[in-house]
Design a protein around this ligand. Sequence first.
Ligand code: URP
Ligand code: ZN
Ligand code: ZN
Length: 473
Amino acid sequence: MPEFDLAIRGGTLVTAADTVRADLGIRDGRIAGIAERITDAARTIDASGLLVLPGGIDSHVHIAQDSGPGIVMADDFASATRAAAAGGNTCVMPFALQPRGASLREATHAYRALAEGQCHIDVAIHLIVSDPTPAVLGQELPALIAEGYTSFKVFMTYDDLVLNDRQILDVFDVARREGARVMVHAEGYDAIRYMTEKLERAGQTTPYGHALSRPQLVEREAAHRAIAHAELVDLPIVIVHVSGEQAMEQIAWAKARGLKIHAETCPQYLTLTAEDLKGHGSDDPMAGAKYVCSPPPRDTASQAAIWRGIETGVFEIVSSDHCPFRYDDSAGKLNPRAKTSFRYVPNGIPGIETRLPILFSEGVSAGRISLNRFVAITATNHARLYALYPRKGSIGVGFDADLALWDPNRRETIRQANLHHGADYTPWEGFAVTGWPVMTLARGEVVAEDGRVVGALGHGRVLDRTAQGAPSS
Ligand code: URP
Ligand code: ZN
Ligand code: ZN
């Protein structure tokens, strides 16, 4: 009997720390050998000329999430994980959302049931706490953290999700005690409401109004407030989907003071601007809705600043914040109320399949970041922050054989027609990239190859994690 089930031969292995020419041996879905030459395997994949990277971990995606009356998210677990696999990912992290007035525990278990047996790649579920009642803070949240849901998100905006400052402090306190990781959506609710009403009164109701209603200072103020609350409770937090230079400066300031603040940004804040919400001169007044997400994309100065933040370590992770709605759909971006005001355009854009190619091309191929930094911000740091390490996020003996075989020279143009998500558009239509994932392996099985998803639905598992104890970093 051969020593390995599979050998990946002739490739260049890349981790967050090293780049080496070596073969990989895989047994029972895990990496079982790394050597200059591995021959004793039942099957061989020739990776000559390719990079062998840890599969992408996208730790911020929205899948089949309740999005309010009449609005339907465009992806279920099958389509989202299919698209993720085609884009070089091997693990994604969506959110079980607690509707106000409902049990967090029941919402989480119902959400998990949607995922079981419906995934092409592994998923690990975060929570969204929208109603921190005494029962949630005292019983449900601690019990769920102990069950393996060790991270959750809180919102400083959105009518149905916003927590006030006292509630934020209370959930931070539970996270500190129980050893959970908290993600913060930092945008100030009242400032956005004030701006929205003022813009509507002035007749500015088209999608571009969304960008005007959430200027950078709205994000800057909330980021600073979240940092202060985290300092008070002595809790490390992750400020997610940072879009603007001003919020980034707050995070850099906090880090320089030794505060334990982590930060995430997304490809949209590196490649799109608020101008996109004007719709590129289209006759369709709603065309800009395809780019409506929160926070909104900013300007080229912010893009340059966010790149500097990636290069210098202000940002540890780049996620997609995949939040797909169909455009031409009365349950999506073109729902009837959206035509009356930007405030009713569902917030979010699809990006689960395009995150890695865009970041590789604009980052590595354009000479802004090293291959190792690319691996750190797309896989390793996600696994470390969210308690998936050392099972996932790197290449080493004992890790799951979650891999993306990458052709660094392949040129492609992003086209909706070639994508696998449930949305009917991509914000990056026509975007040219250099570097492409040609094969994705999840726990040693080939799940995607050359743009085709070949893995079986149900191969992906819902992962449980272990609470980390009071997080110290
Ligand atoms: O516009 C966005 N980002 N929608 C998704 C929900 C969130 O705030 O992450
Ligand atoms: Zn958010
Ligand atoms: Zn999000």
